[in-house]
Write a protein of this length. Structure first.
Length: 501
């Protein structure tokens, strides 16, 4: 009852005219960047980060959450209509979604995706409302050793499990950790890796790095690889933009199964929604093989419904893990964690105590965002698809301008503009050679936490390193990490064996 009372207070804050405007704006921006390939919620949040510091924190995070959810709603539109998913999280939806469009069922495919994303996100929001406070209370038992184990869990999982190459993932993580240690050491007060430059005494801004690698690096990549041309013919969606009773009966179990698969991945730092969407698709394909008349490969509605629900369920739970533990499971969540720190806020149990108005208004805004996204996506999917008509050179030139203006507006320093360009080139090289960007961002965000926790744990134990592997919580975290790594290794060996055969 106390939780419901706090949630009602949150709705009172979220439904003010000002905050409602930011919810709607975030949903519109998230859907727009989700529709266009190469863009995504992580890029949108990175671009908005420099220009939202003038906003009230509640308004800023309400808008960020709308962008985060909206990006997944829009990702599948391109995959369904053009067989070109906007982000990796929409790849699984493309397999059967595009086949539905080829058989003249594009409106039904778009409706299936929108409803699935709504169900997954709405159920996850309900779970977060009741789960996050208990998780935050549980995290009060965390000490330096537990926080170090949690950070190490995130480092290893995001750099080794999600990426195709563990070596590239670990190198990307090392780069992020290297950037994080530049500046004045908070314990000793000694400059580290500053080359005696006063510009680096305060460290390298996380905002500059995120904008550079996620936005400017992507622009340079698209420009140099001549990917401004159209990537295919967009199918037109003609017919009823709703589902029949038969289609609803077919899709509903898949929506529910996909949601159930996606929920646990919201609290596991495994890179976001990519893994659960593929797992949901694979589960539906296995069930389809047992049917008398298999539909997969012909445009099976369940092959689209399950991944869409799984993706948004993971995103919703990821917000809960971010608020309760300060644990980012994706690049977008890592940028939002950085935004919390820019406002002087630390996600975790203290956030629920010191900023309850912000937390509960943000949680209430999740429900509002789901409804808004369903309204603007279910009947207007083809309107959003018109964004693909924007000439790519103009689009990416505009993004470049926003990158420079945003960074200069926050710092007023030409050095930060040069740093933006330099790190942007690094991001471009990483993109060219298929180095993942998420480990870099998460390494830079959680690097200071890991370093501080490691130092505090060793100091409190008089240098005894065994403190890092003692305690039930620490052992459970390391045990789960080992299990995940073994399962990942097994799946990769199995897939390699199949390819060789």
């Amino acid at each position: 009852m106390e939780t419901l009372s706090l949630l009602l207070d949150g709705f009172a804050g979220a439904l003010t005219l000002q905050n409602l405007f930011w919810v709607v704006l975030g949903c519109f921006l998230g859907t727009a960047v989700g529709v266009m390939p190469g863009l995504g919620s992580s890029m949108a949040v990175a671009l908005l980060l420099p220009v939202t510091f003038a906003l009230d924190p509640t308004a800023a995070f309400i808008m960020f959450s709308g962008v985060y959810f909206g990006g997944l709603f829009g990702d599948s539109t391109m995959g369904i209509l053009m067989n070109t998913p906007g982000q990796a999280s929409a790849i699984a939806s493309t397999f059967e979604g595009h086949k539905m469009a080829l058989t003249g069922r594009a409106p039904q495919a778009l409706a299936t995706a929108a409803i699935g994303a709504f169900i997954g996100g709405f159920v996850a929001s309900v779970v977060v409302v009741f789960f996050a406070p208990f998780l935050a209370e549980f995290s009060t038992q965390f000490g330096p050793a537990e926080f170090f184990a949690l950070a190490l869990f995130a480092f290893v999982a995001t750099s080794s499990v999600v990426t195709d190459s563990a070596i590239k993932g670990l190198l990307s993580l090392a780069l992020g950790l290297g950037i994080a240690v530049v500046g004045i050491d908070s314990v000793t007060g000694i400059p580290r890796f500053t080359m005696n430059s006063p510009y680096l005494f305060d460290g390298i801004s996380l905002v500059t790095v995120t904008v550079a690698v996620l936005a400017l690096g992507e622009v340079i990549y698209f420009a140099t690889t001549a990917r401004f041309q159209s990537q295919g013919r967009m199918l037109k969606a003609q017919g009823r933009p709703w589902l029949s009773r038969k289609e609803l009966r077919e899709a509903t179990p898949a929506w529910l199964r996909g949601t159930a698969i996606g929920l646990p991945f919201g609290v596991v730092p495994a890179g976001g929604a990519e893994i659960p969407t593929f797992l949901a698709f694979g589960a539906e394909r296995k069930l389809d093989r047992r049917r008398r008349d298999p539909q997969f490969g012909k445009g099976a509605i369940r092959g689209l419904a399950a991944p869409e629900a799984a993706g948004n369920a993971t995103t919703g739970m990821a917000m809960g893990a971010l608020l309760a533990l300060g644990l980012p499971i994706s690049a977008t969540a890592a940028i939002m964690l950085a935004a919390f720190r820019q406002y002087g806020l630390q996600p975790g149990p203290l956030l629920f105590e010191r900023a309850p108005d912000l937390v509960w208004a943000l949680l209430a805004s999740f429900f509002i965002a789901m409804i808004v996204l369903l309204i603007i996506n279910l009947p207007f999917a083809m309107v959003w698809a018109k964004l693909l008509l924007i000439p790519r050179p103009y689009l990416y030139a505009g993004i470049t301008v926003f990158c420079g203006l945003g960074i200069y507006a926050t710092s007023g320093s030409t050095f930060d503009l040069l740093m933006l360009l330099g790190v942007g080139l690094v991001g471009f090289l990483m993109r060219m050679h298929d180095y993942p960007l998420a480990p870099l961002i998460i390494g830079m965000v959680l690097g200071p936490l890991a370093e501080t926790s490691l130092r505090d744990a060793l100091i409190s134990a008089d240098g005894d390193a065994s403190v890092l592997v003692s305690g039930p919580i620490v052992l459970v975290l390391y045990g789960v990490l080992v299990i995940i790594l073994l399962l990942t290794l097994r799946s990769r060996v199995t897939s390699r064996t199949r390819r060789d055969v």
